[in-house]
Design a protein around this ligand. Structure first.
Ligand code: ZN
Length: 576
């Protein structure tokens, strides 16, 4: 979804683009490196274009080795091999491109150019590089480039808030203005991956992100009149971190801030039906109190009730009614394996029915994150898409705390709760919610606002191999930053100790964010058995928090307020 940028550009700002006196009315042009290592490149367009004066609609670039016939039977060195780019155009015609020549493809109309199945605006340049592969560059106006960046950096589908997308557009524009010409030696300005900003061209554009780019045309974020290093990451976990604690660079506008705009207003809920045991609620909502009803609920042939409650009779009845296609030598051992019956204990009917409904996944739980609730309509983010539901006034509601499900006849939500629910159409019949955030931060809508990861001893030793301390014995935090991220952590092993910084530790351990605390599990001899990490957020946590920007926009913040929240003391400036 979103980039976790770890590289901080240390380039000086030399771009003529920014210093253009008096400002220009037209957006500057940027050159984006689509690939640097392509062995072949396929280009096509609905509009004809020309390759070395030959008209075509398709062009396939390949690198061939050209050899003189006199080379036969001679021993050559690698340096003797002459790599030549060739292009196959319509009708199987081959065009040989002179060495070091750049093939430029310009279109007359607005058709867009397909490069290896992605569509781009502007012009395409293809040329061979020193690695004997192809570099592909897309040259286009900066504002057109942003149309293909913003939806890939902050999804307008999942995070459908215009002001958040506008903040993202300004951050992305500022980034490219500041880093213009970074890859000049490679023949372009910046790359198209998450090492720079993710750019996927015209094919990835969406109306809401396009509107965000258009409405902020030419606007960048500046500090002391210079474009800022507009770092951003997905979810800060409640508080962003000072740049110097994660990266080496100290910047006055990249300082820790609480990820909060307005204190959330609790939104009350209540229900007319409550059952102390959530399993009762499931059966009640499903309308299941005997086997016939269970068969009906699951859409199976209704075969009535078992002839007796004798375990063998019951087992063959259940197996035949609910698992008709399973061949088994012993129905009882099959159902014991499935966790539905037990050969030693008598299981109450209600529990057997619940287990059947659960095992067959007949209740059809869905999951979503609460975005808004007005007492009737509930907007949930389900699989990245916002969807509206009506909460039935008699839907049993539970709060999940650990493995417990507590019945709630009334209570309140603030948004960001993780909901497990059953809906028929858009009507929610039962709901189990979990609070998946540590504090009422603007980024509480992220699924990664709160997370837990367990690492075994073996995983820890493998992860920490690079720091060369032998087997792990202990780990302790020496210094934490304002967001509680462990800025300095000492790792002690059988053959040494090492101090590592936040970003390095996170990378070594492969965790979502460096904002975590941990418990070390030990055996009776005190040896490390494993570790449990309790973390918050996703990304490096410096600069703009993208889900926080979304949360602020939901609460009514403008893009300027969002940017000034995460980048301290900045000014917005319109370049053109
Ligand atoms: Zn945040």
């Amino acid at each position: 979804m979103m980039r976790k940028r770890i590289a901080v550009a240390l380039l000086l700002i030399t771009g003529a683009l920014y210093e253009r006196p008096g400002g220009s009315q037209t957006a500057p042009t940027v050159r984006i490196g689509l690939t640097q290592n392509a062995p072949t490149v396929s280009i096509r367009s609905a509009q004809p274009f020309t390759v070395q004066q030959n008209q075509t609609r398709t062009a396939k670039f390949t690198m061939v080795v050209a050899l003189d016939p006199a080379a036969a039977n001679r021993v050559l060195t690698r340096a003797d091999l002459q790599y030549r780019p060739i292009v196959e155009i319509d009708g199987g015609r081959i065009v040989v491109v002179p060495k070091n020549e750049r093939v430029r493809i310009d279109l007359q109309g607005n058709a867009g150019i397909d490069v290896d199945n992605r569509t781009y605006r502007g012009s395409i340049e293809v040329f061979g590089n020193s690695r004997n592969t192809f570099t592909v560059v897309n040259e286009l106006p900066l504002e057109d480039y942003l149309l293909g960046v913003v939806p890939n950096e902050l999804s307008p589908t999942t995070f459908a808030e215009l002001e958040a997308l506008k903040a993202q557009a300004v951050a992305a524009r500022t980034y490219v203005v500041r880093n213009m010409g970074q890859s000049k030696n490679e023949g372009y300005d910046i790359c198209a991956t998450d090492a720079c900003q993710v750019y996927m061209g015209q094919g990835s554009e969406l109306p809401l992100s396009t509107q965000a780019v258009t409405e902020t045309r030419g606007v960048i974020a500046t500090y002391k009149d210079q474009p800022i290093n507009a770092l951003y990451s997905s979810t800060c976990g409640g508080r962003t971190e000072d740049a110097e604690n994660i990266f080496d660079e100290k910047l006055p506008y990249l300082v820790s801030t609480i990820c909060e705009y307005k204190h959330p207003v609790p939104l009350a809920f209540s229900t007319s039906r409550s059952f102390p045991d959530w399993k009762d609620a499931v059966l009640e909502v499903a309308g299941v109190s005997n086997f016939s009803e269970a068969q009906h609920f699951m859409g199976l042939a209704v075969r009535g009730e078992p002839a007796s409650s004798d375990l063998t009779t019951l087992a063959s009845f259940i197996r035949q009614s609910f698992f008709p296609n399973v061949l088994t030598s012993s129905d009882l051992s099959f159902l014991t394996e499935q966790g539905i019956l037990s050969s030693s204990d008598q299981i109450p009917l209600k529990e057997i029915l619940f287990r059947l409904v659960d095992k067959k996944a007949a209740f059809e739980w869905q999951q979503g994150v609460l975005i808004s609730w007005d007492g009737t309509t509930m907007r949930l983010l389900v699989e990245g898409q916002p969807k509206d539901f009506n909460l039935s006034p008699d839907a049993p509601i539970y709060q999940r705390v650990g493995d417990e499900r507590l019945p709630m006849s009334q209570g309140s939500w603030i948004g960001g709760e993780l909901m497990d629910f059953r809906a028929v159409g858009s009507k929610i019949q039962m709901l189990v919610y979990r609070i998946n955030f540590a504090n009422p931060a603007a980024d509480r809508y992220s699924r990664l606002a709160l997370w837990q990861v367990h690492k075994t001893r073996r995983e820890l030793d493998a992860a920490l191999k690079a720091v060369n301390i032998g087997a792990i014995r202990d780990m302790r935090v020496i210094d934490r930053g304002p967001s509680e991220r462990p800025v300095m952590t000492e790792i002690i092993g059988t053959s040494g100790r090492r101090t590592v910084r936040a970003l390095r530790l996170r990378t070594l351990l492969g965790l979502r964010d460096s904002q975590f605390s941990f418990d070390i599990e030990r055996n009776a001899q005190g040896e490390v058995l494993g570790m449990m990490f309790y973390g918050r957020g996703w990304g490096h946590g410096v600069g703009m928090c993208q889900v926080g920007a979304y949360g602020m926009a939901l609460e009514g913040a403008t893009y300027e307020e969002i940017l000034k929240k995460y980048y301290k003391g900045i000014e917005l400036k319109k370049l053109y």
